[in-house]
Design a protein around this ligand. Structure first.
Ligand code: ATP
Ligand code: MG
Ligand code: MG
Length: 549
């Protein structure tokens, strides 16, 4: 019996196991290799692989590569990499295109039973005679061609005698069905295109609805899980399986797809963003793709955690991207070493510090994790601080550096304002005096100092470029665009802001994509485009949690 808190798919599977309907659970993740995986796919991956794991079953990675027009090996490779990166191991690696001959044999079986026919109407005519929700469809004049004749025509379709669009193979079901999917759907169409795996062997290709259930049947899939928009296709899924002899009878179940705020998830649109160079590639850190999230600094565990949090349901909804960010922030808070970087620097000069003297002060690597140890940071006379950490005429409640004020330099000393310099109305340097008895940041007399600033040593630091990201789109719910508007009308012009700054020397050892906290700035990771002399850091997520339950 199902455990408490189980989702509806777990309940179905538990019941099927209890009742002996299935002995072993077999699921599959079936992407079409026509683009890179996105966070919505990650939900499907976590679900399918997760269910197999939970019930001691198996999950296949299957490429649903039945349409040669948009498919490519580049996508196959990226999908394999992303599934592995997310931490899942498939039982079998399958390609729908490996079953082309078997699909064809089932089409022959349907045709010989009088359940399929070759239709020479134009695509336009077929669309027009399909009818609508209120109007029944009109039967094709080719609908009653005898099976022997259809078998010959099908063979000729396969051998390339007809041109693209000249004819199709259709299932003979019911042109009056209230379900439009059942009105003699197309099974095969002619496409004189090279396939990424079968080359020019085939010039007819099966349609998704026809092929999908058969793919499941061949692989012994027990629970074929897909998104809600296929609910109305389920009768067709069943019809194809029930009308030929298959080695195994799978069942289809539907769940709600993931929609995420401030982004689009259709592969067509994501491809357009890449091709029009609006983003730098499929792995641009602003993209909702798995590779984009990886480059942004997301970890597999934070993405899996997110998929757990959102759960599965049968109702479509929009999930705030802030929840995804929350999952990463919580993890990085525990694991990311702390470093200091100044992104918009002004000089801070300590007048009473000897010019060439360096004090290596210890800084804890992670206050959340004592085992992370400490590093030594070179404190000296010439430092850099953030421009916004000094104000000549601050508002009330400003605890950072100001005329007459005193602040703590993180891991270093207390310093008191002496004077400052301006150039063209901009502050360029603040001159201070340090309390030399306050190493580590505590005043010997116990006086209270509220503000703590991060800093770097101007003579011993590394130049860095920080890429600060924001939502790719300004509209929260991209399914609610104004009429007549295109999704590109909602692009956020500030989705990427690049700033040049300086970081502490320890950043030289940063590993690509490993999370680091820049104190007060957020979590960052070294971008793989970096070189020794040019360190680029992507901001993964800010420190402030804007996620409200
Ligand atoms: P697109 O419409 O952008 O082409 P797709 O759904 O056709 O996307 P597939 O490659 O067919 O992309 O998807 C593979 C699997 O991932 C399918 O089982 C599909 O249901 C699932 N999937 C795709 N998008 C989402 C999503 N947003 N949320 C959950 N599952 C999804
Ligand atoms: Mg698709
Ligand atoms: Mg699809």
């Amino acid at each position: 019996s199902p455990e408490k808190g189980a989702n509806f798919l777990e309940e179905i599977i538990q019941r099927d196991l209890d009742q002996g309907v299935v002995r072993e659970v077999v699921t599959r993740f079936p992407p079409e290799p026509n683009g890179y995986l996105h966070i919505g796919h990650a939900k499907s991956i976590c679900l399918n692989f997760g269910l197999a794991e939970k019930f001691g079953g198996r999950c296949n990675l299957r490429f649903d590569d039945t349409n040669p027009a948009k498919e490519d090996d580049e996508y196959v490779r990226s999908i394999e990499e992303d599934v592995r990166w997310l931490g899942f191991k498939w039982d079998r690696l399958c390609f729908a295109s490996d079953y082309f001959e078997q699909f064809y044999q089932w089409a022959v079986e349907l045709t010989s039973k009088g359940l399929a026919y070759v239709d020479f109407q134009s695509p336009e005519e077929i669309r027009r005679t399909r009818g609508t929700l209120t109007e029944p469809g009109i039967e094709s004049p080719y609908r009653d061609t005898p099976p022997e004749e259809n078998l010959k025509l099908l063979e000729r379709m396969r051998s390339g005698e007809f041109e693209e669009g000249q004819c199709v193979l259709r299932a003979k079901i019911d042109m009056k069905s209230p379900n439009l999917n059942m009105r003699d759907p197309v099974i095969y169409r002619i496409l004189k295109r090279s396939h990424h795996r079968t080359g020019d062997k085939w010039c007819i290709y099966p349609m998704y609805d026809f092929a999908h259930g058969y793919e499941d049947a061949i692989e012994g899939v027990t629970h074929s899980i897909c998104t809600l928009e296929f609910q109305d296709h389920r009768p067709l899924y069943d019809w194809f399986l029930d009308n030929v002899s298959v080695p195994h009878r799978p069942r289809q179940y539907e769940f709600a797809r993931l929609n995420l705020s401030h982004t689009v998830m259709s592969k067509r649109k994501l491809l357009e963003l890449v091709e029009s160079k609006i983003v730098s590639g499929w792995d641009d850190p602003r993209m909702p793709t798995v590779s984009g999230l990886r480059r942004r600094g997301y970890t597999p565990s934070s993405i899996r955690r997110f998929c757990e949090e959102i759960g599965v349901s049968k109702a479509d909804s929009l999930v705030d991207v802030e929840l995804l960010q929350h999952c990463l922030r919580e993890e990085l808070n525990k694991t990311a070493p702390r470093r200091m970087a100044v992104l918009n620097p002004i000089r801070l000069t300590i007048l009473n510090w000897p010019e060439d003297q360096v004090d290596m002060v210890p800084g804890e690597n992670n206050p959340e994790d004592p085992s992370a140890g400490t590093r030594l940071i070179p404190f000296g006379r010439d430092l850099l601080i953030e421009a916004e950490d000094f104000m000549v005429d601050p508002p009330k409640g400003y605890f950072r550096l100001q005329p007459g004020g005193e602040v703590r330099l993180k891991h270093g000393y207390l310093v008191r304002y002496v004077s400052h310099r301006e150039e063209d109305g901009r502050v360029t340097e603040v001159l201070v005096e340090a309390d030399l008895q306050s190493r580590g940041g505590e005043a010997p007399d116990g006086r209270r100092v509220k503000g703590t600033l991060h800093w770097v040593n101007a003579r011993r630091c590394v130049p860095i470029t920080a890429r600060l990201y924001d939502h790719l789109f300004t509209l929260r719910d991209m399914s609610k665009m104004e009429e007549g508007k295109d999704y590109k009308d909602y692009l956020n012009p500030n989705s990427l802001v690049e700033v040049k700054g300086f970081g502490e020397e320890a950043l030289r050892d940063a590993e690509p994509l490993k999370g680091i906290q820049f104190l007060r700035h957020g979590y960052f990771c070294l971008d793989p485009d970096s070189s020794k002399d040019h360190l680029i850091f992507n901001r993964s997520v800010s420190l402030k949690d804007s996620w409200a339950k």
